[in-house]
Design a protein. Structure first.
Length: 251
């Protein structure tokens, strides 16, 4: 069995006349953490959404766990069961309790019975440090707690890969740390992760591979000590000088 979990080849995506992705190649191996960094509008989130076909590419191929999602004959519902997705906006069901947010997809998609779904949900709430919030409603939680619930919900489906789309960008600064702590824990446990992030310290410390995107292309990729610590491309150097030294970015 191949240890390639995600394979993207020559991916193109346009919105009208705007070319957003221009021939992207990407691979993620089992247990690998890949972080995608780059300026706003570089195509990072569009690429991530193409990996589970929330956005349909114009050309190229996307293969996840052996399923070629871009094949018209692919059973997308089945293929997506092994892909966990965490959005920047949490996307919890506001009318359901935290526990019910974690069980509804388990019961409908995986056909688990109520007792099994609740046991798995409670285990994952404990994993993200929110065991005591099972009966709460999302509106009663902080943004950071809601995002940890969203992570627990994705984990409850037992995915083989987790996609994170800027999971901390909507959070107040003081709430970011708890979410990143959970993500570090998942990485330590061997979860395969593809993460779009502005958190350079997280990428530096947790990623196995960092991709820098700009203008719809991968400008530079490699281990974090290379891409973040010693970038070779001028565009990468310029971006990092701005995000790592924001006080001087206007000079």
């Amino acid at each position: 069995m191949s240890d390639l979990i995600v394979e993207v080849s020559d991916l193109h995506k346009a919105f009208g006349r705007l070319q957003v992705l221009k021939g992207i190649d990407l691979s993620v191996r089992r247990g690998e953490v890949v972080c995608i960094i780059g300026p706003s509008g570089s195509g990072k989130s569009t690429l991530l959404r193409c990996v589970n076909l929330l956005e349909e590419p114009n050309s190229g191929t996307v293969t996840v766990n052996g399923f070629e999602l871009t094949d018209p004959d692919c059973d997308l519902d089945r293929a997506r069961r092994s892909i966990g997705m965490v959005f920047q906006g949490f996307n919890l069901f506001g009318h359901l309790s935290v526990l019910d947010n974690l069980t509804v997809a388990q019961r409908k998609v995986l056909k688990r019975d109520k007792a099994e779904a609740e046991r798995i949900a409670r285990d994952n709430l404990a994993k993200v440090g929110l065991a005591e919030k099972a009966g709460s409603m999302p509106a009663q939680l902080s943004g950071g707690q809601q995002q940890r619930v969203a992570i627990a919900r994705a984990l409850s489906m037992e995915p083989s890969v987790m996609l994170f789309d800027e999971p901390t960008s909507a959070l107040d600064p003081e709430l970011v740390g708890d979410v990143l702590k959970v993500m570090r824990q998942l990485a330590d446990e061997g979860m395969t992760m593809l993460v779009v992030t502005h958190e350079m310290q997280f990428a530096r410390e947790v990623a196995d591979t960092v991709l820098f995107m700009d203008g719809g292309v991968v400008v530079e990729q490699g281990p974090p000590q290379q891409v973040i610590g010693n970038p070779q491309q001028e565009r990468t150097q310029t971006f990092l000088s701005r995000v790592l030294n924001p006080v001087h970015s206007e000079d």
